[in-house]
Design a binder for this molecule. Structure first.
Ligand code: URA
Ligand code: SF4
Length: 200
């Protein structure tokens, strides 16, 4: 299995990538998800924000970060002075992974194999958007972009090289919502976003 690479279009632009990703069967996650949730934002955005994977709301609506985590992210961007027009938002994995619990769909972390399978889409987005700084949101995005040895808890808020680009990692906005001390977690998240804003 070559993952998503078998589904990449010949022409690399955002419209072609989005159309091709809609038909991706590079791993098993397309089977139980509603749709591919591709990245969104301007082609030459200064910031590329990379989350884990779409959640329940994103899967239904077809857009990244439109659920509860998205509200935390929106607030953080605004307070860090990062304009929406400067942001391309995407995820390390483009399909929702879930298990049923009663009538609810419970989010499941993507496996290492699924992260690897989906990486060609993320690499293609990076090549097209060429952001000045990549904001890595949580361990899954860090695993995809910075490798399995990278520790977000240790290196969050630092400017680190990502190929010929720069990246700043932080915790996932969902982790802010789950934290025992939400305010402290949010303050740390905001401080990392400000570090990213300073790079661009
Ligand atoms: N969490 C993510 O990582 N991405 C989304 O798009 C929504 C929630
Ligand atoms: Fe393709 Fe990624 Fe969806 Fe897997 S998760 S089917 S690799 S788009």
């Amino acid at each position: 299995n070559n993952g998503a690479s078998d589904f990449l279009p010949d022409v690399l632009d955002l419209a072609s990538l989005r159309a091709a990703a809609a038909r991706c069967e590079g791993c098993g996650l397309y089977r139980d998800a509603t749709q591919t949730v591709f990245g969104e934002g301007p082609r030459k955005a200064a910031f590329m924000l990379v989350g884990e994977q779409p959640g329940d709301q994103e899967d239904r609506q077809g857009h990244p970060f439109v659920g509860p985590a998205g509200r935390v992210l929106d607030r953080g961007l605004e307070e860090a002075g990062i304009a929406r027009d400067d942001v391309y938002l995407t995820n390390a994995v483009k399909h929702f992974s879930w298990v049923p619990r009663g009538k609810r769909r419970i989010h499941q972390k993507p496996t290492a194999a699924e992260i690897t399978a989906c990486r060609p889409w993320l690499e293609a987005e990076l090549a097209v958007v060429e952001p000045r700084v990549v904001v890595v949101l949580g361990a899954t995005a860090a695993r995809s972009l910075l490798g399995a040895a990278f520790r977000v808890t240790r290196h969050r808020g630092e400017v680190v090289p990502l190929g010929d680009r720069l990246a700043v990692a932080t915790i996932h906005p969902s982790a802010v919502l789950r934290a025992p001390d939400r305010e402290a977690a949010y303050a740390g998240f905001l401080s990392d976003l400000r570090a990213a804003a300073d790079v661009a």
